[in-house]
Design a protein around this ligand. Structure first.
Ligand SMILES: N[C@@H](CCC(=O)N[C@@H](CS)C(=O)NCC(=O)O)C(=O)O
Length: 225
């Protein structure tokens, strides 16, 4: 890949150059797994107009790859697999795992972490974020705070189901960590970074899985561009 083809990842801007978005972290890890050097452009929620002008999209991540704009984390992973299929990220089983985790694990983590994410956002983004998330969840942030204990309990059960999925394997992917591992890791890291007061007890083998993924991936997610 020559310099003019250097991929560009559009991702969410946060406080002090740190990206606060677990969905964007997925794209960072995917690029790292493929060994693809890239430029990162960070965009605040308030700058959605600039994002739209540059990419046509209103959400991040967006990846400019070999001159084309790929919108959305799943499509980014698929595009990277097309570029280099030696160690595939996505497969029918990673897609199935993600689908089952979305409602069970990710949505619960979203509701748990959202009120605390405000402190990670770029100046000027808090109101946009809070208004859009309260509309999405159908609850004010103060109500989510009151529901915190219940959400934490539901999350503990979701992690118990995940432990059964993982069994005694080292990764959710059959041939090593794949897109399912990446998505689950990023959402758990979001709790650790934004809302550590709700860090859950990780059951059984999930603990060892987390330690291994965290050692490899945390620095990628939290690096400033
Ligand atoms: N399904 C999309 C979801 C992307 C997404 O939710 N991105 C967030 C990252 S912060 C976003 O840009 N949200 C825009 C908004 O809420 O206005 C994907 O997997 O990439």
């Amino acid at each position: 890949m020559n310099m003019t083809d250097r991929p560009v990842l559009y991702e969410r801007a946060g406080l002090e150059g740190r990206c606060p978005s677990p969905i964007c972290w997925r794209a960072r890890i995917a690029l790292a797994q493929k060994g693809i050097d890239h430029e990162r452009i960070q965009v605040t929620f308030a700058d959605v107009g600039k994002l739209q002008d540059a990419t046509g999209a209103r959400e991040v991540p967006v990846l400019k790859l070999t001159g084309e704009l790929v919108v959305g984390s799943d499509d980014i992973a698929a595009a990277l697999d097309r570029l280099d299929d030696s160690q595939r990220l996505r497969s029918p089983s990673s897609d199935a795992l993600l689908m089952s985790c979305q409602g069970d694990l990710m949505d619960r983590i979203d509701a748990l972490v959202a009120p605390d994410v405000l402190k990670l956002l770029a100046p000027g983004d808090s109101e946009i974020y809070q208004t859009s998330r309260e509309a999405r969840f159908g609850h004010r942030f103060v109500e989510l705070e009151e529901m915190r204990n219940v959400i934490e309990l539901d999350l503990a059960f979701a992690l118990g189901r995940l432990e059964k999925d993982l069994g005694d394997r080292a990764s959710f992917g059959a041939n090593g960590p794949d897109w399912g591992d990446i998505a689950i890791y990023c959402h758990l890291l979001w709790i650790a970074v934004a809302s550590s007061r709700s860090w859950p007890q990780l059951p059984g083998n999930i603990e060892a899985w987390w330690e291994a993924r965290d050692a490899e991936w945390r620095g990628i997610c939290l690096a400033t561009p």
